[in-house]
Unconditional design. Structure first.
Length: 267
């Protein structure tokens, strides 16, 4: 094997959940650029078909889109079967979808609020992992599963920086259900990595820190002040780890969590 090609994804069939989201679009473009065939999956029908035609106008790789609510077991099972039928194999799964966070003080959070986050981040991620892992375990070459966690799965938020914070001109914050689910993802990653190791399925997590988007200036300054590299991350800065874990370059890596946080967790 030429080392030049170790990051090449040509011939790999990859599923990306939450594809129409902020990071999902960057991930989709990068995976296609590295040669993958791509199944994009999301809840949002219109956004998904727009993304699909945009990607098809730029890339000649196989690209199919699937509307699926990952909290619905039946819908996940049918969708994954369809993807297998369309692509004939599944080499990589990227569990990137996330549910809505309900911004209320924790004392006022109801169980139904809590489940808006955890049903997607935990249960949905589990369901997609289960059906895809079952397929990968029957493939002689196994596969790679990449779970997208968050810095708040490993660190508590500094609630003080959220006081006057806005995202898209709406109040932003970080919730307990988000921290709970993102921490659980890292535990599940470790569990699945040892469970499916004998089937040559690698399971790893990526833990991004705060990524710059449409937050207000005050939040960006307050967040950046806490980061050794003194700034928020950029979506492009997650791509290296994503391609690495999807490709043969990481063939001996499983059960790990790659933290991309500008050093925030190093203090
Ligand atoms: N943006 C950041 O700063 C940041 C930081 C750390 C971690 N992350 C993680 O990265 C991932 C992507 O983040 P983002 O900012 O792009 O999120 P986003 O909210 O922009 O996108 C999430 C996507 O998931 C989809 N989705 C929601 N519920 C679904 C369901 N039931 N079935 C299928 N799809 C569903 C949404 O439609 C949306 O397209 C998330 O897992 C998030 O926790 C993001």
């Amino acid at each position: 094997m030429s080392y030049e090609d170790i990051f090449n994804l040509s011939g790999k069939s990859i599923i990306l959940t939450g594809a129409t989201g902020y990071l999902g679009k960057f991930f989709a473009n990068a995976l296609l650029e590295f040669g993958a065939d791509l199944a994009i999956l999301d809840l949002k029908d219109k956004e998904l078909s727009e993304l699909c035609s945009n990607l098809k106008s730029k890339f000649s790789n196989q690209i199919n889109s699937y509307v699926c609510d990952i909290t619905n077991e039946n819908s996940v099972e049918i969708t994954i079967k369809k993807i297998l039928n369309d692509f004939k194999k599944i080499d990589v799964l990227i569990n990137n979808a996330q549910g809505n966070d309900i911004l209320k003080p924790i004392e006022e959070i109801t169980l139904s609020d809590w489940r808006k986050t955890t049903s997607v981040n935990e249960e949905g991620l589990f369901l997609v992992s289960k059906f895809v892992g079952n397929i990968m375990s029957k493939q002689s070459h196994g596969g790679s599963i990449i779970q997208i966690s968050s810095i708040y799965g490993i660190l508590g938020p500094d609630h003080r920086i959220y006081n006057n914070s806005l995202l898209n001109n709406r109040k932003m914050g970080s919730t307990a259900a988000y921290s709970f689910s993102k921490a659980g993802i890292i535990g599940l990653t470790k569990y699945l990595s040892t469970y499916w190791a004998e089937n040559n399925i690698r399971v790893n997590a990526i833990t991004p820190g705060g990524i710059e988007s449409n937050q207000n200036k005050e939040f960006k300054i307050n967040y950046s002040n806490r980061v050794p590299l003194n700034r928020m991350g950029k979506p492009d800065e997650i791509i290296g780890a994503l391609i690495f874990l999807a490709s043969n370059a990481s063939s001996y890596i499983t059960g790990q969590n790659i933290i991309i946080d500008g050093g925030l967790s190093a203090w």
